[in-house]
Design a protein around this ligand. Structure first.
Ligand code: AMP
Ligand code: GLY
Length: 435
């Protein structure tokens, strides 16, 4: 089978790595890919939103299956485009344009959650038309106040305000001064949910679904979850507090009504659905839907899946997931991301990376922002590479991935040493002595 994978992050490297292990794979193309994806297939030099180039590649390379990694092409309608305009009979992993609005519009997602009685924070939405009502609403809202730009805002569209004046000022910036462009012209104002976050993933064919391993992502750049938000600095899976009893609630209150809701609302969906949850007390609430896998969560979820990934995708595309059982590796996976100094603000690119050769069994290095040039891997992004390790104990997995990240060298490398910190005992550990 010939496969085209769209994207260029660690998520796509992890997917490419797993696809390359399938006996069903003939040729793998990744567009645009990175230095790591090129180890498993052929990188193609076009953008994930260049629909014409994608179509041409599907024709020229006799592609059978397209896997869409990131949200942007999904929200822009790549699936509908390929189904309706390519004239090809492709299998595609990704939701339709309308269904991708679950990620592309917070307002659409909130309306869906409310309609299907799925637990989520209470909210109201405002635009320039009811701007004054919005100001009044904010002034009497309990603190903190969560403001969300309706559309895609490169992960920056959520602002948590500790004071009313700040909320009013941000609200004005979004609606009247287009702080997030068109994405912020509609604003969702939401109740703040106290608790611990967790990422849950399903692969669905629109009728049935497989619950994939859950994960926890560490989004802040600094240790102790301080500092700016990033795409993600590390992740672990499974998540110690996601007990069977809790996951049962996630399934019955959130996943099943979501899948039923997709069908009822005729939202065509064959692909990954990522549900960002808050565990408040013992109960799960939806913070957001994403119409794709998470990054770096994929780098711990994919290594814990034992099934042949191409078989899973074919079952998804053909609507046959009902007959499929997920086989999980029960061990813990941890991944730690090495980033360029300065990230998520400005950073330099083009530094030589050393120490990327395979290390030990059950350890993987996934590339995010790298490129291969003149016989060397060079840094080419904010998040550069991540190291995933599998082990029977969480702290063992974390220590292994930290050792690998430590041994990878490039100028201005930075990484968090405390991934998974809430779940491991620090007594006598290296970090507690050094801090
Ligand atoms: P997002 O950009 O949608 O991933 O949201 C960024 C982060 O904002 C989430 O990961 C949560 O930590 C936080 N967040 C979003 N909505 C809420 C909420 N209603 N209550 C508390 N935290 C929230
Ligand atoms: N790591 C969070 C995301 O992929 O959205």
């Amino acid at each position: 089978m010939n496969i085209l994978l769209l994207g260029s992050g660690g998520r796509e490297h992890a997917i490419a790595w797993k696809l390359s292990q399938s006996k069903l794979l003939s040729k793998l193309f990744i567009a645009p890919g990175n230095g790591g994806t090129a180890l498993h297939g052929t990188n193609k030099d076009f953008s994930v939103t260049d629909f014409e180039a994608i179509k041409t590649c599907c024709i020229e390379e006799h592609i059978d299956l397209v896997i869409v990694g990131p949200e942007e092409p999904l929200v822009k309608g790549i699936v509908d485009f390929l189904v309706n305009e390519s004239g090809l009979n492709l299998m595609i992993i990704g939701p339709s344009k309308t269904a991708a609005r679950l990620e592309g519009s917070k307002s659409f997602a909130k309306a869906f959650l409310q309609k299907h009685n799925i637990p989520t924070a209470s909210y109201r939405e405002f635009t320039a038309e009811n701007f004054e009502d919005g100001i009044e609403y904010l002034k009497q809202h309990a603190l903190p106040i969560v403001l969300k730009a309706d559309g895609l805002a490169a992960g920056k569209g959520v602002i948590i305000c500790q004071h009313h004046v700040e909320a009013v000022a941000e609200f004005e910036l979004m609606i009247q001064r287009a702080k997030f462009g068109d994405a912020g012209k509609k604003v969702v104002v939401e109740e703040f949910l106290e608790g611990i976050e967790l990422s849950v993933f399903v692969l669905t064919d629109g009728e049935d679904y497989l619950l994939l391993p859950e994960a926890k992502d560490y989004k802040r750049v600094g240790e102790g979850d301080k500092g700016l938000n990033t795409g993600g600095m590390g992740a672990i899976s499974p998540v110690p507090f996601a007990s069977d009893a809790f996951m049962q609630k996630v399934v019955s209150r959130i996943i099943e009504p979501t899948i039923k809701g997709l069908k009822q609302d005729q939202l065509e969906y064959k692909g990954f659905l990522f549900i960002g949850l808050m565990k408040t007390g013992d109960d799960p609430f939806v913070i957001e839907y994403n119409c794709r896998m998470g990054d770096p969560e994929t780098e711990v979820v994919i290594p814990r899946i034992k099934n042949d990934l191409i078989e899973l995708f074919v079952s998804t595309a053909k609507g046959e997931l009902k007959h499929t059982v997920l086989e999980k590796d029960e061990r813990f996976a941890s991944t730690i991301v090495a980033v360029s100094g300065g990230y998520p603000n400005d950073y330099q690119k083009g530094f030589v990376i050393d120490g990327l050769e395979a290390k030990w069994k059950d350890c993987m290095i996934f590339h995010s922002g790298t490129k291969w040039e003149d016989g060397k891997f060079l840094t080419n992004g904010g998040r550069v590479v991540c190291a995933t390790a599998l082990a029977s104990e969480l702290d063992e997995a974390i220590n292994l991935s930290r050792d690998i990240v430590e041994s990878i060298e490039f100028e201005e490398k930075y990484f968090r040493r405390d991934i998974g910190y809430e779940f491991i005992s620090h007594a006598g550990s290296e970090e507690s002595r050094h801090h």
